[in-house]
Write a protein that binds this ligand. Structure first.
Ligand SMILES: C[S@@+](CC[C@H](N)C(=O)[O-])C[C@H]1O[C@@H](n2cnc3c(N)ncnc32)[C@H](O)[C@@H]1O
Length: 273
């Protein structure tokens, strides 16, 4: 009999249960885009009603696909910087370090709000060479304690949309100023997506409020955060895996071809510094 863990998360911290559940559902599919046995096991162990988050099959696929892209981009960044310090910001209950299996010289920091990190430690325990920090990414104090003698590889998945523009710009500026060089990657929502996204079921169920940083053109981040240079970007609606989605999603995506602003609602972006 599995001993189930009580969950006491609300607001933005609770949104990690939607992405965890999405990855678990997608991982169990035939021919999965992402295999995530940690997510599958965690969903079994948590005493929580995941149905209330309204994660559909296609949302689960989208969540898993985003993680699969960031896993691949993280491996690429670590092959360029095999001695990096990784900051996995807004990590939630995601076990990217186990999926990516970084080279032995990498230091890995999972950072999220204290209540999420506390649940993470209960679920997964502690691992050597792998650190967890409970704090807000908007608080400069924890970053000052992270050693900055090596390149930084920063992955922030599903998090930047909860920051205001000023908070996001301050965070990335501190990172660029602290590390000698490195990579920053995150998913960016356009201002249209930020407005439309407010009504998503997972946001209504958790009470999480988006911060409002809509990014219509990823190149503008270069001038907001001096030192960042846009390396690559992937529009979410342009992924080759779109054929895996259900017909309603594919039809909606096909219709966006007539509305250029709608095609660029979500992007994965990578900057170098
Ligand atoms: C949608 S979840 C994504 C979790 C994980 N990255 C994933 O993809 O499965 C958003 C996460 O960002 C975290 N987050 C949002 N704002 C934060 C902040 N200011 N400081 C630390 N974590 C934050 C939340 O607590 C939550 O775990």
């Amino acid at each position: 009999m599995i001993e189930r863990e009580k969950v006491r998360l609300s607001g933005v911290a609770e949104t990690t249960l939607a992405t965890l559940y999405g990855k678990a559902v997608a991982s169990r599919a035939a021919d999965p885009v992402l295999v995530d046995l940690d997510a599958e096991g965690a969903v079994e162990r948590l005493d929580y009603d995941f149905a209330r988050l309204g994660v559909s099959r296609d949302s689960a696929l989208a969540i898993a696909l985003r993680s699969a892209y960031f896993d691949r981009w993280t491996r690429e960044a670590l092959s360029d910087h095999p001695d990096a310090t990784v900051l996995h910001l807004g990590c939630g209950l995601d076990c990217r370090a186990r999926r990516v299996d970084p080279p032995p010289g990498v230091r890995w920091y999972d950072v999220d709000r204290p209540e999420v990190i506390e649940l993470r430690r209960r679920l997964y325990g502690e691992h050597p060479g792998h650190h967890t920090i409970g704090g807000s990414v908007t608080d400069p104090r924890w970053l000052a304690r992270v050693p900055a003698d090596r390149p930084g590889v920063v992955v922030a998945e599903g998090m930047v949309q909860y920051l205001t523009e000023a908070e996001g710009v301050d965070l990335f500026t501190r990172i660029v100023e602290r590390f000698p060089r490195g990579v920053v990657m995150f998913d960016a929502c356009s201002s249209l997506a930020m407005r439309l996204g407010r009504h998503r079921k997972a946001l209504r169920a958790t009470g999480a409020r988006p911060g409002g940083w809509g990014i219509d053109d990823p190149a503008t981040v270069e001038s907001l955060v001096p030192g960042l240079r846009l390396g690559k970007q992937q529009a979410f609606l342009g992924v080759p895996e779109m054929a895996r989605f259900g017909w309603q999603t594919r039809l909606a995506v096909a219709l966006t071809k007539h509305f250029p602003a709608a095609q660029k609602t979500g992007r994965l972006v990578r900057y170098d510094f």
